[in-house]
Design a protein around this ligand. Structure first.
Ligand code: DGL
Length: 284
């Protein structure tokens, strides 16, 4: 029996925890469950069809856990699966539930960060190829020119806990230099992947002075707070006991050892087998 109606937060792996950390800080009263699909991460190089299928399966799991609202705290899933889920699946699965992503909240505010009106977007291959940031930023800020750079090695570096090691420097420097070559007037770099905040120090190290680095956690948290104020019919359905529960599709031991780096607190996760869709244990 479902006793709570938590807000669901989803990512392919650990990256969404950087967003959850800010959401929990801003809106501590709600119950939350996090699911990392670590067994199938990274999503960044996978096809539209695969990312959509995996994401939908996870969204259905969240609905079974009683979540009225699910945040896709993953740019790749937001770029490749969100629209289809919102338009095609949600009306049949659970018409009064909502699924939101991280691209819209970011693009509607990114214009406030740049003076030169030239920004760089660093993201996974999937997000870059989707063109979602180009399309969405153009809608809100047609005067901004957007340059994109895919950084396919960054998620594996972070997922494998190599992000503070000297070996990471090569790939960080390569992509930071590459995007700055696109236009030397770029004054804002958007980390359009929820894993990338862990590379922030290294990214800054290879950037010219005066270029600011924007990550999404706080932006998404503020946007969610506004959304819940505007949608009281959904807000009253979200339970408020301050519970947090964490699930992974892979090893809980690995998840617990690694996830605290992203979340900033110790985490005790439960395993979930999405194929049978039966959670082994429930910490709520
Ligand atoms: N955190 C995901 C994102 O924001 C990483 C995607 C992946 O698994 O490659 O795009």
């Amino acid at each position: 029996m479902v006793t709570t109606q938590p807000i669901g937060i989803f990512d392919s792996g650990y990256g969404g925890l950087t967003v959850m950390k800010e959401i929990v800080r801003k809106l501590p009263q709600y119950d939350y469950i996090y699911l990392g699909d670590n067994a199938r991460a990274p999503y960044g190089n996978r096809s539209f069809e695969t990312v959509y299928r995996y994401t939908l399966q996870c969204v259905e799991w969240f609905f079974q856990k009683g979540c009225p609202l699910v945040i896709l705290a993953c740019n790749t899933a937001s770029a490749k699966a969100l629209r289809t889920i919102q338009q095609n699946d949600l009306p049949q699965l659970a018409p009064s539930n909502r699924v939101l992503g991280v691209i819209r909240p970011t693009t509607e505010i990114i214009g406030n960060f740049t003076r030169s009106r030239k920004i760089g977007v660093l993201a996974t291959n999937g997000t870059v190829q989707s063109g979602s940031y180009l399309i969405e930023i153009e809608k809100f800020f047609p005067d901004i020119t957007v340059y994109q750079e895919a950084c396919p090695m960054w998620v594996p570096i972070v997922e494998n806990n190599e992000h503070t090691q000297p070996g990471a420097d090569y790939f960080v420097k390569k992509h930071v230099q590459q995007i700055m070559l696109a236009n030397k007037e770029i004054d804002t770099l958007l980390l359009a992947c929820t894993h990338y905040p862990l590379l922030r120090d290294k990214i800054t190290q290879f950037l010219p002075a005066g270029v600011s680095v924007v990550s999404q956690g706080e932006i998404v948290a503020n946007s969610l707070g506004d959304y819940l104020k505007r949608h009281t019919e959904l807000e009253i359905r979200c339970s408020k006991n301050g519970h947090r529960a964490f699930y992974t599709t892979d090893s809980t031991e690995d998840f617990d050892n690694h996830a605290s780096i992203f979340f900033g607190q110790a985490i005790h996760s439960s395993h979930v087998d999405l194929d049978s869709n039966i959670p082994v244990a429930d910490h709520i």
